[in-house]
Design a binder for this molecule. Structure first.
Ligand SMILES: C[S@@+](CC[C@H](N)C(=O)[O-])C[C@H]1O[C@@H](n2cnc3c(N)ncnc32)[C@H](O)[C@@H]1O
Length: 457
């Protein structure tokens, strides 16, 4: 990839309308006095150069130059930039607009090593996402009719489309793991862009959204080299995540993987995590899986000896029959949204609950840990989830770690994060190494934050 040209002339172009260029130049020069009067009306804080996608935030940050270059980015310059960035955020600047290099302002700050400016963008992202979460909640309570509509959408399989992540769509994904987002939001965003000439920039990347409804109707392939792909070659589950599954099981069943525990796993995928849970000889082991092709794979590939190397082959009828009583070991076929209420009604509780679905957004994960986890866990039980929220971009990952932490706390759950190294040697390049044959590199970070959640004392 060609190095990024951060020069003024490369970023603020002659194609820029005069009003946009004026704002970008004031931001670039950190000229707060000139900028402030222009920000008194809504809109100017989030203008974009139509060619480069530069926003005033990008300009203010980029103008500092690399932190390593002390002459350009002195603490004084960074402090001036920070004042401009703060003013822009107060005036409605968008934290995760991407430019023509597919960078958000926070990405630029991270690349240039401008820590205080990165933190400012991250904190603005947290505020924005918390606010959207709140507004969404208020909308739900608007009227009984609106509530009914939400419920129907949920029953039809569209419940994952709650507009929780509206702002996140600007930077692509900020969802629970692999490619997930929200079609309605996308449409809405396109309309905004089309109707506002100051935001006519078209980002270079397509967010490759996958909805739950489409995913659950898609055909699936289990590949020889350890991948589960949907019909568009999105990676549903991949073998490189095995070390994360291992660490998740170790963290949930601590100390020393005791036997005789009660376990609930949501999302079977390749059966990696379930094989690890099964190896501890639990007292109860319940799996919830919604995709017909995954269920068929479980059924038809069942290995009565339970010794197959393909771990997904060990969970058919013969496995269910090994439980100490009817229903102790069970694959529940259906969406967790439908099955979990039934388990709760039956009074089931678990020592370990793990959640790793596909095609669902953060709103669904939040719904699960707020409405269900506190009632599903035993007093000393632990809850974990695949933490892929916004994992294709460091700033989104940081924002969603913080947002999830706050929402978990609202739900009465303490969370401890364990940081794991991700081996990027085989994951570093789109379409290469483990990503060969996979449509989109949904993981780009060298650290994984593993959550372990417990009920607050
Ligand atoms: C990423 S995979 C899980 C991988 C698994 N942790 C493993 O170790 O192999 C996600 C799984 O969740 C399933 N899934 C997606 N939405 C679901 C839902 N609403 N309810 C239950 N399962 C769902 C998918 O079909 C898929 O099998």
């Amino acid at each position: 990839m060609a190095p990024i040209d951060d020069s003024h002339d490369a970023r603020i172009t002659p194609a820029s309308p005069a009003n946009v260029a004026e704002l970008l130049n004031h931001a670039w020069q950190h000229d707060l006095a000139a900028l402030k009067p222009l920000l008194r009306v809504p809109g100017p804080a989030s203008v974009q150069d139509p060619k480069t996608g530069e926003t005033p935030l990008h300009a203010a940050i980029r103008a500092c130059g690399p932190a390593a270059d002390a002459s350009a980015s002195s603490p004084d310059v960074v402090a001036k930039a920070a004042a401009v960035v703060s003013e822009l955020f107060m005036s409605g600047a968008i934290w995760n607009d991407v430019d023509s290099n597919n960078e958000t302002p926070g990405c630029v700050a991270a690349r240039l090593g401008l820590e205080p400016l990165y933190t400012a963008c991250m904190e603005a992202g947290v505020r924005a996402e918390l606010l959207f979460g709140l507004l969404d909640g208020y909308e739900e309570l608007e009227s009984e009719a609106a509530e009914d509509e939400m419920l129907n959408a949920d029953e039809e399989g569209g419940g994952d489309e709650a507009p929780e992540l509206t702002t996140a769509t600007a930077a692509g994904e900020a969802s629970n793991g692999q490619a997930k987002a929200n079609e309605e939001d996308e449409e809405e965003e396109t309309n905004i862009v089309e109707s506002d000439p100051d935001r006519a920039f078209k980002p270079p990347t397509d967010p490759h959204t996958v909805t739950s409804r489409d995913y659950l109707q898609s055909s699936l392939t289990y590949t020889e080299d350890g991948k589960l792909l949907d019909s568009s070659d999105n990676g549903v589950m991949m073998a490189w995540e095995t070390s994360i599954m291992r660490a998740s099981v170790d963290s949930l069943l601590t100390p020393a993987l005791p036997s005789g525990k009660k376990i609930l796993n949501i999302g079977f995928g390749m059966g990696i995590v379930d094989s690890m849970f099964a190896a501890t000889s639990p007292a109860r082991h319940h799996i919830i899986e919604a995709h017909p092709a995954v269920l068929e794979h479980i059924r038809t590939n069942s290995d009565p000896t339970c010794s197959s190397k393909d771990t997904s082959r060990n969970f058919g009828a013969s496995w269910e029959a090994k439980g100490s009583e009817e229903g102790a070991y069970k694959v529940h076929a259906g969406r967790w949204q439908d099955i979990v209420p039934q388990l709760m009604e039956a009074g089931e509780t678990y020592d370990a609950v793990y959640f790793d679905t596909f095609g669902e957004d953060y709103a669904q994960l939040r719904h699960f840990f707020t409405e269900h986890v506190p009632y599903l866990l035993t007093e000393t039980g632990a809850f974990g989830f695949f933490n892929g929220l916004g994992a294709d971009r460091k700033i989104c990952y940081d924002v969603y770690t913080r947002v999830a932490e706050m929402h978990l706390s609202d739900a009465g759950l303490d969370v401890e994060w364990q940081e794991l190294d991700v081996d990027m040697k085989r994951l570093g390049e789109e379409g290469k190494g483990d990503w060969e044959g996979v449509k989109r590199r949904y993981w780009t970070l060298d650290k994984y934050r593993l959550p372990r959640c417990t009920l607050m004392g």
